[in-house]
Design a protein around this ligand. Structure first.
Ligand code: RNT
Ligand code: ZN
Length: 427
C-alpha cells in the first residue's frame, strides 16, 4: 500500500469519529515552530571564545558542529528540508554575523543583516534572545539583578539593544519577532536576602522595557527557572517572579518544560496562564533529573502539551519554541527529531474528536471518557502524519535518516572541532 492509500484508510477511521483529517493537515500548515539555532553549535555563538556560563552547559563532542554562521545556515537548511511546514528560527545575540568587533552592549540590527537576508530567502520568520551569559560581565552569578550598578547597566544596555534587533527582524520579515529574556542570576547557597535581587531584576527589566515598541513587530517574553548549576539554592527569576512580572507588564510569559520541579509539568499551567495573559511562549524541551534540555521525544508530557494547546484552542496565542541541546548525537538529527516530534504531538491532538469528548465529560460519563482516550491511542495517527510529510515534499517516516547520514559523511565529517571542548551542561 502506498502512503496515500494508507492515508485514505486512516481518513475513514477518523471520519467515523467525526474527525476531518484533511482539515487537520490544513491546520497543521499554520503551526510554526521556532527552531533554536543553538542546537547547531552547542551554544557557542560567534561573539567570543568565552566558556559557556550561566548555570547551563552542553555535554558531548559529536563531530561536525558548525564553526561559522555559513556552516550553521547550511546545517539549518538541511534540517528544515526534512521538516514539513513553514517555520521560524530562534537566534541568540551571540550569533551575530559581522566582521566588526562588537560587544553585547553595542549590538545593532546591522550585525544581523545576513541572517535577515537568509531568512527572507528561506521564507523563515525570526525570533530573538538577548544573551545574559558566557560573558565577563556575568559577575559572581549575576547580571540584571547584580548589586553592582556597572554590571546592571551593561546588561540593561544589552537588553535595550536586543529589542531594537527584534524590532528590525519583525519589520523586515513581516511577522512578529518574539524577544525572550532569560537571566541566569542566582545563588549557589541559601541567601539572606531574597527580595533585594528580585527588586533589582524588576527595576532593570522595567528600564529595558521603558521604550514602547510596536507589538506588530516585536513582543517581549520573560522566562523563569527553578535552578541552574551554581545557582541551586536560589534563582532570582523564579516562576512566581515572572508570572507576576509578565502579567503586570503585559509581557509574554515563557514556560520552559525543563525549568520546574521534576514532577511538575507545564501542560497543566497553560490553561491558567491563558486566562490572564495575552500570549504565551513555550520552550519545548525535556527534563531528565537535573538537566532541562534533552532532545524532545514523544513522551506523555509532550503529548499533553499538544492536547492542551489544541483542546483549548490556545495555538493562536502561543508561540512555540524549542530549547534543547545534545552534543552526543548528530546535531541536524537532533533538530529534525525534536521538531518533528513537536509537530506530531500537535497533530495527534488535532486528530481527537474534541467536541464529543468534551460532551462526554460534561455528561459525567467518565467511563466512556477513559475508554475513548485509550482507544484513540490505537488509531492510525502515523498514516496521517506520513501523508502530511509526503504532501509537503519532505521525507516520510525514517527516510530522513539516510539523508542526514549522507550529509554527515559528505559535509560534517570534513569539519574539525574548533576549541575541542568536551563540556557538560546541566539544566
Ligand atoms: C536556560 C534557558 C534558556 C536557554 C537559551 C539558550 O536554562 O532555558 O532558554 O536555554 O537561552
Ligand atoms: Zn529555555
Amino acid at each position: 500500500m502506498t502512503v496515500k492509500q494508507r492515508y485514505e484508510e486512516a481518513k475513514k477511521k477518523y471520519a467515523a469519529l467525526g474527525v476531518d483529517t484533511d482539515a487537520v493537515m490544513e491546520k497543521m500548515n499554520e503551526v510554526k515552530i521556532s527552531m533554536h539555532v543553538w542546537q547547531g553549535d552547542d551554544i557557542k555563538g560567534f561573539l567570543s571564545d568565552a566558556e559557556l556560563s550561566g548555570g547551563i552547559s552542553v555535554t558531548g563532542n559529536y563531530p561536525g558542529a558548525a564553526r561559522t554562521p555559513e556552516e550553521l545556515r547550511q546545517d539549518l537548511e538541511k534540517a528544515y528540508a526534512m521538516i514539513p511546514g513553514n517555520h521560524k528560527l530562534n537566534l541568540h545575540a551571540i550569533y551575530l554575523d559581522t566582521e566588526e568587533q562588537v560587544d553585547l552592549n553595542e549590538i545593532e540590527p546591522k550585525h544581523f543583516e545576513k541572517w535577515v537576508s537568509w531568512a527572507k530567502e528561506q521564507g523563515l520568520g525570526l525570533d530573538f534572545n538577548p544573551t545574559f551569559f558566557s560573558h565577563p560581565m556575568y559577575k559572581d552569578g549575576f547580571t540584571l539583578a547584580s548589586a553592582d550598578k556597572e554590571v546592571r547597566d551593561f546588561w540593561i544596555e544589552h537588553g535595550k539593544r536586543s529589542r531594537k534587533v527584534a524590532e528590525y527582524f519583525g519589520k523586515e520579515l513581516g511577522q512578529v519577532c518574539v524577544n525572550n529574556f532569560w537571566v541566569p542570576d542566582g545563588f549557589k547557597d541559601n541567601p539572606i536576602d531574597r527580595l533585594a535581587p528580585r527588586r533589582r531584576l524588576m527595576e532593570s527589566l522595567d528600564e529595558i522595557f521603558s521604550e514602547k515598541l510596536d507589538e506588530q513587530y516585536t513582543l517581549d517574553a520573560v522566562e523563569s527557572k527553578l535552578f541552574g548549576i551554581g545557582a541551586e539554592a536560589y534563582t532570582v527569576g523564579s516562576h512566581e517572579f515572572y508570572m507576576g512580572y509578565g502579567l503586570t507588564r503585559n509581557k509574554l510569559v515563557c514556560l520552559d518544560a525543563g525549568h520546574f520541579h521534576p514532577t511538575e509539568v507545564i501542560s497543566n499551567k497553560l490553561s491558567s496562564l491563558s486566562l490572564f495573559s495575552e500570549g504565551i511562549l513555550l520552550h519545548v524541551s525535556r527534563p531528565i533529573r537535573w538537566d532541562s534540555d534533552h532532545v524532545v521525544i514523544m513522551d506523555d508530557e509532550l503529548q499533553e502539551i499538544g492536547r492542551e494547546l489544541v483542546r483549548n484552542d490556545l495555538l493562536p496565542m502561543t508561540n512555540i519554541g524549542l530549547d534543547f541541546f545534545d552534543a552526543t548525537i548528530n546535531r541536524v538529527a537532533a533538530w529534525v527529531i525534536g521538531t518533528r516530534n513537536t509537530q506530531k504531538a500537535i497533530m495527534k491532538a488535532m486528530l481527537e474528536p474534541i467536541e464529543s469528548l468534551k460532551e462526554i465529560e460534561l455528561s459525567g460519563d467518565y467511563t466512556t471518557r477513559l475508554a475513548m482516550i485509550e482507544e484513540l491511542k490505537d488509531f492510525p495517527f502515523a498514516d496521517v502524519w506520513n501523508y502530511y510529510c509526503e504532501s509537503n515534499g519532505v521525507p516520510v517516516g525514517l527516510d530522513w535518516l539516510p539523508e542526514v547520514k549522507e550529509y554527515e559523511k559528505n559535509i560534517l565529517s570534513a569539519r574539525e572541532a574548533t576549541a575541542g571542548k568536551d563540556s557538560c551542561r546541566f539544566s
